[in-house]
Design a protein around this ligand. Structure first.
Ligand SMILES: Cc1ncc(COP(=O)(O)OP(=O)(O)O)c(N)n1
Ligand code: 3NM
Ligand code: MG
Length: 226
């Protein structure tokens, strides 16, 4: 894939497109086989994928890597970039398109040095964290939780969409994605508040019809962005 994988850092305009409908997925979020969930979400048009294998029952070792490679293959078939959460070793080992790290993970500046031009996403909860992530080479910021979430046991207090407006008002121009408790109904207000897109786990992975849910998020984010 060409997005940040060998032809220089990804351009902000391209990054903004990729963030429109960003699926975060791991086996612990899925009620059926993760590959099937991902394939349905890709068929629905998700624009970026993050492999996040966390929580009770999360895979480790060889099965973790096997699942990562399997999911990456599905993304490659659709031309959708595949990022790995937290695990820089794994990302490099499988040739992922990028990495997402938070404030408690390996420092963004070190991750940037290790991954070269691959995509680097960094979580930020405050203006100071956002400014530091910009300096340290992030390509985009994940801002959350916007609403209460059951998908992250150690999530901070929900901030509401206002945090996005504040960051924009204070001059943060980097591509931003909102995350945490986002539904099809709330996606629009997040983009109107200043995000380039929405990142979602449960509203897609646990939808009765994954493809339809993804399609509705995609249609909503295109309508809000244009
Ligand atoms: C797009 C996006 N934004 C934020 C996060 C959260 O990252 P982090 O704070 O490191 O928490 P974990 O996901 O590692 O539990 C994310 N993963 N993706
Ligand atoms: C992975 C993650 N990070 C968050 C943050 O606030 O940084 S909230 C979150 C979980 C998002 O899952 P759902 O869409 O099911 O609420
Ligand atoms: Mg993390």
């Amino acid at each position: 894939m060409n997005d940040g994988g060998g032809s220089g850092r990804i351009e902000a305009a391209r990054m903004r497109q990729l963030l429109r409908t960003y699926l975060v997925i791991g086996s612990t979020n899925c009620c059926i086989e993760p590959l099937r969930v991902l394939e349905e979400a890709l068929a629905g048009g998700v624009t970026l994928v993050q492999f996040r294998e966390k929580g009770p029952g999360a895979l480790t070792g060889a099965p973790l890597r096997e699942l990562a490679v399997q999911l990456q293959g599905a993304c490659r078939q659709r031309g959708v970039p595949f990022l790995v959460n937290d695990d820089v070793e794994l990302a490099l080992a499988i040739g992922a398109d990028g990495v997402h790290v938070g404030q408690e993970d390996e420092a963004a500046v070190r991750v940037r040095a290790r991954i070269g031009d691959r995509i680097l996403g960094v979580s930020a909860h405050t203006l100071a964290e956002a400014e530091a992530a910009v300096r340290h080479g992030a390509d985009y910021l994940g801002i959350g939780p916007i609403y209460p979430t059951a998908s992250k046991a150690d999530a901070k207090a929900p901030q509401g969409p206002g945090i996005l407006r504040e960051l924009r008002a204070c001059g943060i121009a980097l591509p931003l994605v909102g995350i945490g408790g986002i539904t099809i109904e709330s996606a629009g207000e997040i983009i109107r508040a200043g995000a380039d897109g929405i990142a979602v786990i449960s509203a897609i992975t646990q939808a009765a019809d994954v493809r339809e849910a993804a399609t509705r998020f995609v249609a909503g984010s295109i309508a809000e962005s244009s």
